[in-house]
Each structure stands twice: as structure tokens, then as C-alpha cells.
Design a protein around this ligand. Structure first.
Ligand SMILES: O=C(O)CCC(=O)C(=O)O
Length: 373
């Protein structure tokens, strides 16, 4: 606990003055500053070498129906195959209204189009991350990503900071995001039942293990400006998501999300119209004792067009210890992770910023306190 408090303490402020990537991009510079230039091993491959050109793509799961036993079983099987093979899938016929999806994306696009001083009123700090931000992690001298974002908690109510919470403009932003959040949280709850059933567990098992009706949900609107040297940098570095599930609404016409295949190659996702992209987070890897694994993903940028995406992170209740479900632990498959709460895990991950899967791997067989020291 003391280690956790000490860590939270070093996260009061960013280690360097924050520069808005959008302002840099709009200044018309021809070369990106050194602090955005990734080491060679992290730079995106030239488009022609991308696995998208080989026709590979993440699976698509059609959620229509599924109420009856047989259809429900088929759906659970489709989800199991997608989680085992990729940890990423697109969902169609998911029940969230396409007009609401578009309205939410356009409301946030409107926010990023506001003049800089207006956006600066919502500048965030690493203490809660809520608000307008341009970096993840507090490591001094870190190589930064080519993107800005707006982050906020949708639920539970108690997690929200009272000050500067929702941007006042665009006026529609709060209403549309809350409505959108409500529908996507409903989708997450449905996916949780399918995931649970797909591992042969009672369909409420996952939800209960993560805190029942008090699971958390956060929204991050990501904005990736045009970049004069897209081959040298990333919009978002490789990472796995710390929570339970992420439901991503990608840009309607600009690609950018790449998923790391089991063999290490990066595949660019081609979003289907009105689909969501879903991925398994670290908490599912922990609860399933690594039967389902969270998967690294990253974002590439381009010189021609800005890109926007909305990521809804569905998280466990902050104070519930999460550990491998006893039903999934056997003598041949012993428990891989120590129990830890999401509040502890999030501080640990936030301190370091995006680091592929290194952070979760480092926890295997150790306690979070050892790692927080
Ligand atoms: O913008 C994207 O496509 C992905 C965003 C993402 O991975 C995230 O917000 O964690």
C-alpha cells in the first residue's frame, strides 16, 4: 500500500511541459521533433509489407439473435475462436444504433477542432488522466506518441472528478457520449456473458468476478493529426489494454489500428461499416488464467489525413481483487497471477505508459507490491 501511495505521489504532474501534437502538426513543420522519433524496431513497416496486403484480417462475429440455446452456443463458440486465435474481433449487428455511433464520433471531432485555448481549459494531469491529454506515462525523456486525447470516466458516478469534467463545447458532447456509453456498456455486459459461457463457466461468472453491477467504464477519444514523417513514429505505441474489454469505434474512413499476430507480424484492421472492434484486456487474461490473452496493438499515422477513434474501456470495480478463476486452475495449469485490484494495477501501468505486454508478463508469479517498489 505504501509503495502504491508513493507511486501515486510521483504522478502529480507531467515530467516535461506538455506539447499538443495537433498544434505541432498545424504549425506546418516538415520534420517531426526528435522526441517523437521511435527506435527502428518500433517503426511501422512500409505499407507494402503490411499483412493487410496478404488478406489477413481479424474475425467478424455477428451478434444478431443468439437468445436461443443453439444460436447462443454457436455465438459463444465464435467468440471463443476469436479470443483464442486473435484476442481481437469485429462485432456487427451489435445493437448500438449507428446514428448514435456517428453522433458520438462527430461530437468529439468537434472538440478537437476547437481553438487551442478552449481545449487547454481541460488539460489533464497524470493523477487521474481525466481531460485533454497528449501523453501516457510519466517517464522523463520518454519517446512520445503522435496523438492527443480526451479521457473521462463514464461510470461509476463516484469515479468522476467534479471539476472540468465534460467539455462545454460542443454542447452535444456530454449528452451524446453518455447515451453512447450506456448502449456500449450494455454491449460489454452481453459480451461478458458470451465470454464466460465460451469457457464453460456460468454466464454471470465473469461479471461477478469483476464487481457485478459496479464495473467501471471510461472513454478515450483519440485524435491523431496528420504527420509529416509517418514512417518514423506511431500515433499510439504498442500496448495491451489494462482493463476487461475494449470496444473501439474506429474512424469511418482512415485506417490506423494494427494488431500483433501471434507470430509477431502487425496486421492493419479494416473496420467494417458500423462495426465495433473488440479486444480482450489484461484482466480477462488474469481471470481466465491465460486461456484468453490480451493482445498488443498500436496505431500508425499518415501524412494525408487526421484520424479519430473512440475507445470505451470496460474495467473491473477498482477495489475487487482479481485472480485466476479457481475453475480454470488445474495441477497442469497452475494459477499464473497473484490477486490484485484494478486500482493497484492501473497505477502500475500508468506510471510506465504503453510498454507492449511487458507489464503484465512481469507480474507472473509476483505480487503487485513487489513490482510497485
Ligand atoms: O485509435 C485506435 O484505433 C486504437 C486506440 C487504442 O488502442 C486505445 O485507445 O487504447
Amino acid at each position: 500500500m505504501l509503495a502504491l501511495l508513493a507511486m501515486a505521489d510521483c504522478m502529480q504532474d507531467w515530467p516535461e511541459p506538455v506539447v499538443r501534437v495537433q498544434a505541432l502538426a498545424e504549425s506546418g513543420l516538415a520534420a517531426i521533433p526528435r522526441c517523437y522519433v521511435k527506435p527502428l524496431c518500433d517503426r511501422p513497416a512500409p505499407a507494402a509489407d503490411d499483412d493487410a496486403s496478404s488478406g489477413l484480417s481479424i474475425p467478424v462475429v455477428d451478434l444478431r439473435g443468439g437468445g436461443g440455446d443453439e444460436l447462443g452456443d454457436q455465438l459463444a463458440e465464435a467468440v471463443a475462436a476469436a479470443c483464442r486465435g486473435w484476442g481481437f474481433f469485429q462485432v456487427v449487428n451489435h445493437g448500438v444504433r449507428p446514428e448514435l455511433m456517428r453522433a458520438a464520433r462527430e461530437a468529439w471531432r468537434g472538440f478537437f477542432r476547437l481553438p487551442l485555448p478552449e481545449k487547454q481549459k481541460y488539460a489533464n494531469s497524470p493523477r487521474t488522466y481525466e481531460g485533454y491529454g497528449s501523453r501516457l506515462g510519466v517517464e522523463k525523456g520518454a519517446i512520445l506518441d503522435w496523438g492527443d486525447y480526451y479521457f473521462l470516466h463514464l461510470s461509476p458516478e463516484a469515479a468522476k472528478s467534479p471539476a472540468k469534467y465534460w467539455p462545454a463545447n460542443p454542447v452535444i458532447c456530454k449528452e451524446v457520449s453518455e447515451e453512447y456509453g450506456g448502449e456500449v456498456i450494455g454491449l460489454c455486459e452481453r459480451l461478458m456473458r458470451l465470454l464466460s459461457a465460451s469457457l464453460g463457466l456460468d454466464e454471470t461468472r465473469f461479471q461477478e468476478a469483476f464487481g457485478g453491477a459496479e464495473c467501471g467504464a471510461c472513454l478515450r477519444a483519440n485524435y491523431y493529426p496528420r504527420c509529416p514523417q509517418p514512417d518514423l513514429t506511431l500515433g499510439l505505441s504498442a500496448h495491451s489494454d489494462p482493463g476487461v474489454l475494449t470496444v473501439l469505434l474506429a474512424d469511418d474512413h482512415v485506417h490506423g489500428l494494427q494488431v500483433r499476430r501471434r507470430d509477431g507480424h502487425w496486421v492493419t484492421v479494416q473496420p467494417l461499416p458500423d462495426a465495433f472492434i473488440v479486444n480482450v484486456g489484461d484482466q480477462i487474461q488474469i481471470l481466465s488464467n491465460s486461456m484468453y490473452k490480451s493482445v498488443e496493438h498500436r496505431v500508425i499515422v499518415n501524412a494525408e489525413e487526421e484520424r479519430i477513434s473512440l475507445a470505451l474501456f470496460y474495467n473491473p470495480r477498482g477495489d475487487v481483487p482479481v485472480a485466476p478463476a479457481p475453475e480454470l486452475v488445474t495441477p497442469e495449469r497452475p494459477s499464473l497471477y497473484p490477486p490484485m485490484t484494478f486500482d493497484e494495477y492501473r497505477v502500475y501501468v500508468r506510471k510506465n505508459g504503453p510498454k507492449g505486454k511487458a507489464q503484465l508478463e512481469a507480474l507472473k508469479g509476483q505480487s503487485i507490491t513487489e513490482n510497485n517498489e
